[in-house]
Design a protein. Sequence first.
Length: 436
Amino acid sequence: MKIVFLLHNVYAIGGTVRTTLNLAAALVEHGGHEVEIVSMSRHRETPRFPVDPRIGLVPLVDGRADSADSALPAFREPARDFPAAEKRHKQYTLLHDQRVRAYLEQHCDADVVIGTRPGINVYLAKWGPKRALRVAQEHLRHDAHTKKLRAVLARHYRRLDAVVTVTEEDAAVYRSRMALPGVRVLAVPNIVPPAPVPPSDGTSKIIAAAGRLAPGKRYDLLLEAFTAVAAKEPGWELRIYGGGAQEERLRTLVAGLGLTGRARLMGAVSPIEPEFAKASIVVSASDAESFGMTLVEAMRCGVPVVSTDAPLGPGEIITDGHDGRLVPVGDARALAEAMVELIEDDTLRRAMGTAALESAHRYDPEPIVARYGLLFTQLRATKRRRAGQRLRGRAVNWARRKARSVRGTHSRGQEGTRHEGRGHRAGGTAARPRTP
């Protein structure tokens, strides 16, 4: 079976790039499939992440300053088919629209085509080959999309065969809030390969955290919590890995909280597993997580994770009290208390680390590939039945729109009659002759 992934930019660094490459390699290795990654854009010669040589790469638009594409008029015009409500819209051009359409309609010979972000999924819905299974992956939460974008997606996702989220909770949200007759909506978690390093022995006095230095990751809350930990456990330090817009603000906060030398901003590091393996605890203070790759990466290193019970991923990854701890979102005190609990109880910390390493096998490549294989088989077997469901859904929607239109016309007609009646009564009164 030939499987094609449509990816924003395989040459960039990002969670979706990494998870797509992991899945693509696993589909080749464990599924025996032919896999191709079609990159909407290209900005450098080679990808930053290693790519399995058995995977084909097809860049569509070369955005480098000296490329032939950058001199084309269509490259300077904004995209018309990529949704304007999608946050990446400014990175898409008319040339992207043209190249994607040409690829999907004229050159794509895949059995399965998988889109990996909302705007790309719209491309897939509009132009994806009808003979292929068309699958939309959602790496962001339903509620992370704007209302305007959700309306666009609801209209286009009806043409697809499946929508795959990374958490069961998010799949339930899509099923309840987006009517998609004939479209299978389900969750398949990301593959997180085994760590390339030996697991942590749990003896270091290091707490680690990793991710973009962005407001939603709540490193300010983590630093506030660590202030209490540092006062009680003077030998422990916090290491934060990642880069982003909040770096200077967080450096100022570290100094302001008196944590200089105890809390360190380490910069972006890839791969992160060797750093996690040096730690005894990994912490996440996020307000929301679509999945939580770093949580599983830490567990792969035999490290227990203390995380906020943020929607949607942590609660499906961590079993509180078994392989980590879950605390309320935004609660610095609870975060600090959970860290101190693991610091003070060596036996508990190491037991949770062992359990975390075992729990992480849920994200091995083999079971995830098997789930996708089962999905493809089921989609192919039900293709005709689901097409009928889509047609019936369209008929129902048409009937509802028609009924609303008729009711609206009727209401406007009644309103006009009432106004006309009042006019006749007023005119009749004025014309009535007075009795002498």
